[in-house]
Write a protein that binds this ligand. Sequence first.
Ligand code: PGA
Length: 254
Amino acid sequence: MRTPLVMGNWKLNGTKDSVTALVNALKEPANNAAGKAEVAVCAPAVFIGMVENLAQGSKLAWGSEDCDIHTSGAYTGENSPVMLREFGCTYAIVGHSERREYHKECSNYVAQKYQAAQQNGLIPVLCVGESEAEFDASKTMDVVREELKAVIDLCGIDSFKNAVIAYEPIWAIGTGKTATPEIAQKVHADIRAYLATFSQEVADGVRILYGGSCNAKTAPELFAQKDIDGGLVGGASLKADDFSAIIAAAVANA
Ligand code: PGA
């Protein structure tokens, strides 16, 4: 009932040539997956116009890696959700741990980004997840609940009817240390159980992606878990073959 979603997060990577090659190579896998799994790529803002042109007419969706809380104005360097929509973005990642860490984005600010994205027609992909120290101290759900609660307080539980959650343990991002399927499944189930304390319907319907060194090897077992609805993929989304294998894993578990 929940259509799996495989989303690439390119981060600060790409050239005109590599973006052209990658998007062209992903159109067919995305088209073939259609009806069983959705495929999207989130690109650095400068490439979004290119991605729009290249992916046009295919089933490959695209989005941004972040978005501002304002729609326009004197906010140098930002990208507004209205602009992102104009360039055909379906999704906007908000609250990625790299933004929370390097740009000091707190949960309340992330919630405002989530709200701005949603109010302007983008589907927010809310990233949540704990650090290694928090994991070791068994604080995963304390951290994740705080990150979710900020959004629930500002936007309401029903806002998750039109949003995606990505559970990304920070210790697994870019480290090659994928969470085991058991650990990931447990947190995904705990997230769903937490949302169910507000609304069972929302908890049952929301897609929760796993992120953190998700690759062609680890995706099949991760995606086979009951509460994992696809992946947010960094490094492995930059290689068409690897990303296509991850898409195939999602299709196989649809
Ligand atoms: P990774 O990144 O797949 O390279 O670990 C995932 C993410 O940060 O979204």
